[in-house]
Design a protein around this ligand. Structure first.
Ligand SMILES: O=P(O)(O)OC[C@@H](O)[C@@H](O)c1c[nH]c2ccccc12
Length: 272
């Protein structure tokens, strides 16, 4: 049966073929941001004193429908940065996630945090695009790629100075991971049927390769979940919908971090 991920990837391949005709690789290489220095998300997660929250800019999604269609990317990115986000993830898919072509640039110009270009990578051309846009990190979704593609795209991303976040959702996908990826993300949302559970991150934790920083992605809206995931070894958390559906996304992040801190202080008190 054709899944939503199959549909997105098929659409993406056609889109990329078109964009490559409009903007050849040589033109991407000429863009000012292509040569700009990168920011490290790995370092930001390691140094975060605010639990490594990676806050996402997302207008809508196939699973949630409209989240915040009129959102202002610059204002939200600044709100996230002010509230202590370790990094920002910005969707660049228009067809399924409603991203405007100007969103990523607006976020990039507004903050100096590590920025993930969040899209469905089906072709190395998109890695060069990410670089040309001023992205610092690219997402590779293991459900869409072979082990050889993950290894090859990772090497190519590294040659461009980009970090790689590789996303897995089940045991089989963990088996496709390359040891070279910079961050492993466990998606709590199944991109094929949209079911969500943070137990997915807990279940897969012991199977993940040791030594690569790991983050838990999607469906997180409870500060208790952060405490549980931290105890399973996660040091980064990708959260979008929960913040984006609030009128003030930055405030929602600040409140959330405050609640996590209260819970973590309680745990520490209990251990001491
Ligand atoms: O909005 P949420 O449930 O907090 O999830 C954020 C992020 O994890 C999610 O947008 C995501 C994770 N992996 C993806 C791959 C493609 C598009 C989107 C995603």
């Amino acid at each position: 049966m054709e899944t939503i991920l199959d549909r997105i990837n098929a659409h993406k391949m056609a889109e990329v073929a078109l964009r490559r005709e409009q903007t050849p690789l040589s033109a991407l290489r000429d863009s000012a941001d292509y040569a700009a220095p990168r920011r490290s998300l790995v370092a930001a997660l390691r140094d975060s004193t605010d639990y490594g929250i990676i806050a996402e800019f997302k207008r809508k999604s196939p699973s949630q429908n409209d989240i915040n269609l009129a959102a202002d990317p610059a204002a939200i990115a600044q709100g996230y940065a002010g509230a202590g986000a370790a990094g920002i993830s910005c969707l660049t898919d228009g067809a399924f996630f409603g991203a405007l072509p100007t969103d990523f640039a607006a976020v990039r110009r507004s903050v100096d945090l590590p920025l993930i270009r969040k899209d469905f990578v089906v072709d190395p051309y998109q890695l060069h695009e990410a670089r040309a846009m001023g992205g610092d990190v690219v997402l590779l979704i293991a459900a869409s790629l072979s082990a050889a593609q993950i290894a090859d795209y990772t090497a190519e991303a590294h040659s461009l100075g980009l970090e790689v976040l590789c996303e897995v959702h089940n045991e089989e996908e963990v088996g496709r991971l390359s040891p070279e990826v910079d961050i492993v993300g466990v998606n709590n949302r199944n991109l094929k049927d949209f079911s969500v559970s943070i137990h997915n991150s807990i279940r897969l934790a012991e199977l993940l390769p040791p030594g690569i920083p790991r983050i838990s992605e999607s469906g997180i809206e409870d500060p208790q979940a952060i405490a549980r995931l931290r105890r399973a070894g996660y040091r980064g958390f990708l959260i979008g919908t929960y913040f984006m559906r609030e009128a003030d996304a930055g405030r929602a992040l600040a409140d959330f971090v405050g609640q996590v801190r209260t819970i973590e202080d309680l745990y520490d008190g209990a251990i001491a």
